[in-house]
Design a protein around this ligand. Structure first.
Ligand code: NAD
Length: 253
């Protein structure tokens, strides 16, 4: 048996691919040979440039605000119209709102749950429907968090959404594993992106987080690429329903 991480001939959809972890994942999947639909609200120029500089994988930009489920079917349809197929879905787009639980607003609760959990479910459903209709295998990779395992502080809707996402990953894996769709998640540790800017700018939080990471540094987005390629490739065909930490050893501590 040859173990293959090659994604040639596959088409991936990556949400929130303009920056941070989504950008790094899109670049890594393209580097492994996939064509990639870059989905999000913002310009994808930087990601497109990085992919074309690599010289592997072509890309398409799809404008979509994932704070509602309205664009979900269009994302799948546009991808299939462009590439003739959609094999891999990376649910990466996500937001965070910070406030003490005692002050937390309903608006901040709903905004986070809508992007991080509701849209993820309905996009996964639309993605799976087009695969199941053709009995075609596929891969779904949800971007979870250490807050899928831990409580955290001052981020109640984020923790609820990411803990919910771990459960949803397991449920979808149970329903679709027998139908050729792998559903798994990656739990990034503390990475240098917009999402963690507030923490990195707070000297106390920065040093306490850094001091607890066995690897001794904040994650660099490109350090997530290997896990994404693994879960997108044939190498993970018998892997279902896991939440894979890529955290510099944080959870081992
Ligand atoms: P980021 O803020 O740089 O990226 C978030 C992405 O989501 C952006 O591309 C943004 O445009 C997109 N997005 C947000 N709301 C959207 C909407 N309504 N419609 C379309 N796109 C939208 O942060 P990041 O760290 O790259 O986050 C990516 C994912 O990784 C998120 O799900 C986040 O929760 C998760 N994560 C990040 C870390 C970390 O340390 N950075 C750790 C654990 C999990």
């Amino acid at each position: 048996m040859t173990i293959s991480f090659d994604l040639s001939g596959k088409t991936a959809i990556v949400t929130g691919a303009n920056t941070g972890l989504g950008q790094a994942i899109a670049v890594a999947l393209a580097g492994a040979g996939a064509d990639v639909a870059l989905v999000g609200r913002s310009s994808m120029e930087e990601t497109e440039t990085a992919i074309s500089a690599q010289g592997r994988g072509k890309c398409l930009t799809i404008q979509a605000d994932l704070s509602t489920v309205a664009p979900v079917q269009g994302v799948i349809d546009q991808t299939v119209a462009w590439a003739g197929r959609a094999d891999i879905l990376v649910n990466n787009a996500g937001i965070i709102r910070r406030a003490d639980a005692v002050d937390f607003t309903e608006a901040d609760w709903d905004a986070v749950m809508d992007v991080n959990l509701k849209t993820v479910f309905f996009l996964s459903q639309a993605f799976a429907r087009q695969l199941l209709g053709k009995s075609q295998p596929g891969k779904i990779i949800n971007i979870a968090s250490l807050l899928s395992f831990q409580g955290g502080i001052r981020i109640p809707s984020y923790t609820a959404s990411k803990s919910g996402l771990a459960g949803l990953t397991r449920l979808l894996a149970c329903e679709w594993a027998g139908k050729g769709i792998n559903v798994n998640a990656i739990a990034p540790g503390y990475f240098e992106t917009n999402n963690t800017e507030a923490l990195r700018n707070d000297p106390d939080r920065n040093s306490s987080i850094l001091g607890r990471i066995p690897a001794g540094h904040w994650g660099r987005p490109e350090e997530l690429g290997g896990a994404a390629v693994f879960l997108a490739s044939a190498a993970s065909d018998y892997v279902h329903g896991i939440v894979l930490p890529v955290d510099g050893g944080w959870l081992a501590r």
